[in-house]
Design a binder for this molecule. Structure first.
Ligand code: FAD
Length: 409
């Protein structure tokens, strides 16, 4: 059958209260929270499943406390995972603890490392228990539906052609390449992280050490993050921004040799890296929209603020956005009295925490990462880490942000 539908003449039009574009951590958690509060919610996800390229598997203490409030922490922790209790940097002059989560006042004093696909499948399975939740996979949102200066839905390409969803609120949770951000025309303020990261894995062997957590090794202008994933080792090779193509042109053998130098314990398994397709490039970006909303539309998660990977906080902040959005918006959505002031309130509650963490990330990028990538400079830890009163600041900031966020039940 020929598909004759167009954005202007979609095959069908559905009506819902909240249409969320993007089934990543922000969109999936928001959909669950709204549906469990009885708000008719449609979640549109571009892909046909949740299993895709690596983009971080970290659930911070704040996320675990949110899950606990929802009665979901225990079943979540029954899924195979590892726990990361500290972030350390091994420099030429010694070992420095950057963040020690085990000192945090929480039932979950660690970062839970759980494959993101498992987390998303878990949240979606939970959301499906609620009759107000609808999920459309393979839905590529491309156009906003606008009437009288207000966004009142989206048009997406999906099964059989173009479809339309009309809603009181459209939420763009479509990540770092957000189509809805692009369509909204909102402007962003960007910072310039000095690095990109190559993520890949090597196998674990029987006599490898346990409980390594996250260890970064800095030597000779190179930086390697080593994360203990129980069944394997996740490695993050940090490179100077924009140098990926040169590294690729030099051949995968050069990368293997560099890893073997930084981490001699993996020298016997670097040949597991046979092909660049085994390596995910994270082109590091960091920015934040000056405005996250307009009538009928709200952006959250990476769509509103792309996070640098420093501290691995992107998922954490995306989920906190979702929780605040649900807390503020569920009642007005249910009562059909949503105003622009409600959307502004979401931005007001989330903008300051985002600015603070991005400022801290910029400091670490300039003070630590740029130094580590400069072969002529020696990396020394920031002096404040030696002060007992300030020692727990990084763990708190990474684990929770400047304020703890909980869902209203
Ligand atoms: C390689 C890599 C490693 C990372 N490591 C970490 C880490 O260790 N810890 C951490 O906290 N963060 C990490 N991040 C960042 C983290 O992935 C993001 O901050 C987080 O996923 C943001 O969540 P989100 O829900 O806002 O967006 P996303 O997770 O990006 O989800 C957006 C969703 O929208 C969908 N979508 C996109 N366009 C459309 C469309 N037009 N129509 C419908 N659906 C659409 C996408 O398919 C996706 O499912 C990493 C990122 C990358 C790329």
């Amino acid at each position: 059958m020929n598909d004759r539908s167009t954005p202007e003449t979609p095959i069908d039009t559905k009506h819902t209260t909240c249409c969320i574009v993007g089934g990543g951590p922000a969109g999936a958690v928001l959909a669950l929270l709204l549906a469990r509060q009885g708000v008719a919610t449609t979640l549109l996800e571009l892909h046909r499943d949740f299993d895709r390229e690596f983009r971080g598997d970290t659930l911070h203490p704040s996320v675990m406390e949110i899950m606990e409030r929802l009665g979901l922490a225990e079943p979540l922790l029954e899924l195979p995972h590892t726990q990361l209790r500290r972030i350390q940097i091994q420099t030429e002059t010694g070992m420095v603890t950057m963040a020690d989560f085990s000192r945090l006042r929480t039932k979950y004093p660690y970062i839970t490392l759980l494959p993101q696909v498992k987390f998303l499948e878990f949240i979606i399975a939970e959301a499906k228990r609620y009759p107000h939740f609808e999920l459309v996979m393979g839905a590529n949102a491309q156009e906003l539906v606008e009437e009288d200066g207000k966004v009142c839905g989206v048009r997406y390409r999906g099964h059989g052609g173009w479809h339309e969803v009309r809603s009181s609120l459209t939420v763009g949770a479509d990540g770092r390449f957000s189509r809805l951000r692009q369509l909204s025309g909102f402007t962003a303020v960007a910072t310039s992280p000095p690095m990109d990261i190559l993520w890949f894995r090597v196998s674990r062997q029987a006599d490898d050490p346990e409980g390594v957590g996250l260890l970064a090794r800095a030597r000779g202008g190179r930086l390697l993050a080593i994360i203990d994933r129980r069944d394997y080792w996740q490695l993050g090779y940090v490179i100077v921004k924009g140098s990926y193509q040169a590294l690729r042109d030099a051949g995968i053998e050069g990368l293997r040799a560099s890893i073997a130098e930084l981490a001699p314990e993996f020298a016997d398994r670097t040949d597991e890296l046979q092909d660049w397709s085994q390596i995910s490039l994270l082109s590091v970006k960091s920015d934040r929209l000056t405005r996250w909303y307009c009538p009928g539309l709200l952006l959250i998660g990476d769509a509103a603020h792309i996070m640098s990977p420093v501290g691995g906080v992107g998922i954490n902040y995306a989920i906190q956005d979702a929780v605040v959005a649900a807390n503020v918006l569920a009642a007005p959505l249910k009562g059909d009295r949503l105003t622009v002031a409600d959307l502004a309130k979401v931005q007001r509650q989330r903008e300051l925490p985002t600015r603070v963490i991005q400022t801290a990330q910029t400091f670490i990028q300039k003070r630590i990462i740029a130094t580590a990538l400069d072969g002529d400079r020696t990396l020394s830890p920031p002096a404040f880490l030696r002060l007992p009163v300030l020692r727990d600041v990084p763990a708190n900031l990474i684990g929770f942000g400047i304020r703890r966020v909980y869902p209203q039940l």
